[in-house]
Design a protein around this ligand. Structure first.
Ligand SMILES: C[S@@+](CC[C@H](N)C(=O)[O-])C[C@H]1O[C@@H](n2cnc3c(N)ncnc32)[C@H](O)[C@@H]1O
Length: 213
């Protein structure tokens, strides 16, 4: 075998082990990973724990979602996990935060993580903005004011694609004001299939839309 053939063979083997990953994908992965590692113990604004971020990331990637909505950005931890997955599916995240200081910090974090191109961060009251958003949406993470969870669900469901997924944080125990009403409403909808992920103590409800209502 010639020297050139050996080089070609090595290149083919390397490429085969990196299916679908370009050099820029790998650069972005390294940048996000390094940002997350550096900030692992610095999330202080009611942010999700890393393990819940991983749950959201896996859902988006596994189902190939591209039109995501987050209600309650805070400083951007969950948004980074969702947008990281969207960077691989070719999607974009709209995320809404009402507090200006947290919104500004989230913008800086998205930039530092290299994910700004995948995020449309809005400074707004989600009570007003969510009902105005355009369809279709295929992935939702609800993590804002719990007493409004049921209202967010009612506003988003007609815009959620069949096969789409509606997730909500802090549902474990159902003790926080509004959570019981939210879960009861979900259960009353025959076209929604719900399970509770308990990777962390908070609990995430994960509901798939199986049909148009
Ligand atoms: C639990 S924190 C979100 C944490 C974030 N998902 C993360 O993991 O990084 C909830 C956020 O929702 C925001 N929020 C509460 N009510 C809101 C509303 N009506 N509209 C928009 N944001 C709201 C709060 O200001 C707070 O920053």
């Amino acid at each position: 075998m010639s020297y050139v053939s050996v080089i070609v063979l090595i290149c083919l083997l390397v490429t085969a082990h990196l299916p679908g990953m370009s050099a820029s994908d790998q650069d972005l992965d390294a940048r996000v990973r390094s940002f997350l590692d550096k900030n692992q113990n610095r999330w202080r604004d009611m942010n999700v724990p890393e393990i819940d971020g991983q749950v959201l990331y896996d859902l988006v990637l596994e189902h190939g979602y591209t039109r995501a909505l987050e209600i309650g950005t805070s400083t951007g931890h969950s948004g980074i996990w969702i947008a990281w997955a969207l960077s691989k599916t070719g999607g974009k995240l709209i995320t809404i935060e009402v507090d200006e200081r947290r919104h500004q910090e989230a913008l800086a974090n998205f930039e530092e993580a290299g994910l700004s191109d995948y995020i449309d961060a809005r400074l707004a009251d989600a009570h007003e903005l969510v009902p105005e958003l355009a369809a279709p949406i295929d992935f939702v993470f609800c993590d804002a004011d719990k007493h409004w969870y049921k209202n967010y669900l009612i506003a988003v469901l007609p815009k959620l694609e069949v096969g789409g997924c509606y997730t909500a944080h802090n549902v474990a125990g159902g003790r926080m004001r509004g959570i019981r009403e939210f879960l009861d409403h979900l259960e009353s909808l025959p076209y929604m299939e719900t399970r509770i992920d308990r990777s962390s103590w908070s609990g995430i409800s994960i509901s798939f839309k199986r049909a148009e209502k």
